[in-house]
Design a protein around this ligand. Structure first.
Ligand SMILES: Nc1ncnc2c1ncn2[C@@H]1O[C@H](COP(=O)(O)OP(=O)(O)OP(=O)(O)O)[C@@H](O)[C@H]1O
Ligand SMILES: [Mg+2]
Length: 276
């Protein structure tokens, strides 16, 4: 019987952008001509220079803003804020006057009160924060705050997890640990993830697919299907020969875009030089 397989092959994408443009006012749009579709369970990364519209794409996916042109469809319907997606912000956005546990219960108003605490404790255990459930964010380390912000998003059981440079403010060690942890969590949950980063290495390490974006107006200039084995945890892609090649390729593309973008602080600098 091939029915199951055939069925899964035509199954609806988790997310679709159809000819999407977004302008915030008069003048050049922030993003334009965006066509993409993300399969359920896929981990996609948006990589691009500052201001190219990465956060805009996440906000469109969450339904926090509407496209000026085209359509965004989440499992076939326009996204409604707070439903089906959860966002992890770079700045964490934790409530300092609430304990770790209550930062999570607060995000679960749709559950009966007794269930909120249960769910919060479950998820705190899942991200290894049970011991600090009654502690306030001010007393947590950066890595713990980051895990708490992630836990709060996961507790909502989103169909799609939207992550906006979540590890940018962490030190190199915490970042590396969080990357591994995120892979573990999303593998276990078969989660669909949209992940924004400035880091080429992070994009290569985490993604199933990378969308490389151009400076404003942001477009997708290249889509890279990563050839690494799906089990990143037992086989580090950094030892794969393609990792080195793709890393150099992405850096070259980003450097060229930034040096040739009149809107960039680095416009025209270092032409002809190669820093690698
Ligand atoms: N609310 C807004 N009103 C007006 N312009 C906006 C607004 N939000 C974003 N923009 C503009 O849209 C463009 C894309 O912004 P966006 O925040 O999506 O970029 P980004 O790729 O996330 O940048 P960064 O890497 O610096 O976070 C920028 O030029 C920005 O100034
Ligand atoms: Mg941004």
């Amino acid at each position: 019987m091939t029915f199951g397989l055939a069925h899964s092959m035509v199954s609806e994408p988790a997310l679709r952008f159809e000819a999407v443009s977004k302008s915030y006012g008069a003048g050049e749009p922030a993003v334009t001509g965006i066509d993409l579709s993300v399969a359920p369970g896929e981990f996609v990364v948006f990589l691009g220079p500052s201001g190219c519209g990465k956060t805009t794409l996440l906000s469109l996916s969450a339904g926090l803003i509407k496209p000026t042109e085209g359509r965004v469809l989440l499992a076939g319907a326009p996204p409604v804020p707070g439903q089906k997606t959860a966002m992890v912000f770079q700045s964490f956005r934790l409530l300092p006057w609430k304990t770790a546990r209550d930062n999570i219960t607060f995000a679960l108003p749709h559950l009966p009160p007794a269930r909120r605490r249960e769910r919060a404790d479950e998820i705190l255990g899942f991200v290894g924060l049970s011991r600090v459930a009654d502690i306030y964010p001010g007393a947590l380390s950066g890595g713990m705050k980051q895990r708490l912000a992630l836990a709060r998003a996961l507790a909502r059981e989103p169909d799609i997890l939207l992550m906006d440079e979540p590890f940018a403010s962490l030190d190199a060690q915490a970042r590396e640990l969080m990357q591994t942890e995120l892979l573990q969590l999303t593998t276990k949950r078969a989660a669909t993830v949209l992940f924004v980063t400035h880091s080429v290495d992070e994009a290569l390490l985490l993604g199933d697919r990378i969308f490389l974006m151009s400076p404003r107006p942001g477009r997708i200039v290249e889509t890279i299907e990563l050839p690494f084995p799906p089990d990143r945890l037992s086989e580090d892609p950094r030892s794969h020969p393609e990792f080195t090649r793709l890393r150099a390729h992405l850096w070259d593309s980003l450097r060229d875009m930034v040096l040739n973008d009149p809107g960039s602080d680095f416009y025209g600098r270092g032409a002809g030089e190669r820093v690698s």
